[in-house]
Design a protein around this ligand. Structure first.
Ligand code: HEC
Length: 96
């Protein structure tokens, strides 16, 4: 493989990882601003009694709580918050 191809591949990975962490960062910011912590501590997401058992359920639950709170998030915002909670606490496989 010539050098140019290596650059393209490395560039692709850099771009990909920066987009990924950006959405998680945004999710964290949204989460903190929406005052989800009035009702939740991180223990809710890590305890054995947590109700959410898979990634779909996590998406559903964040939507429900967003709706209850009237945080007014767009779908992309909800996705970011889901990714933030998943990467920090739930650690589900997002491809399922
Ligand atoms: C008014 C209180 C309240 C607020 C504010 C609130 N939630 Fe919830 N949340 C709940 C309740 C009640 C449940 C369900 C708990 C249960 O079923 O045991 C829940 C469950 C959850 C769960 C699932 C926890 C589990 O069992 O694994 C997640 C994730 C969640 N909320 C995210 C959020 C997010 C994100 C926000 C901010 C937009 C938020 N919540 C704001 C009341 C709240």
């Amino acid at each position: 493989m010539n050098n140019r191809n290596y650059f393209i591949i490395i560039g692709f990975f850099l771009l990909n990882s920066s987009l990924f962490s950006k959405s998680i960062e945004n999710g964290k910011k949204l989460y903190n601003e929406a005052e989800c912590q009035k009702c939740h501590t991180s223990d809710d997401y890590t305890s054995k009694e947590r109700k959410v058992k898979d990634f779909q359920k996590l998406q559903w639950r964040v939507k429900r709580c967003d709706f209850t709170m009237d945080a007014g998030w767009f779908d992309e915002d909800i996705e970011d918050v889901v990714h933030y909670l998943n990467s920090s606490f739930y650690k589900f496989d997002t491809n399922k």
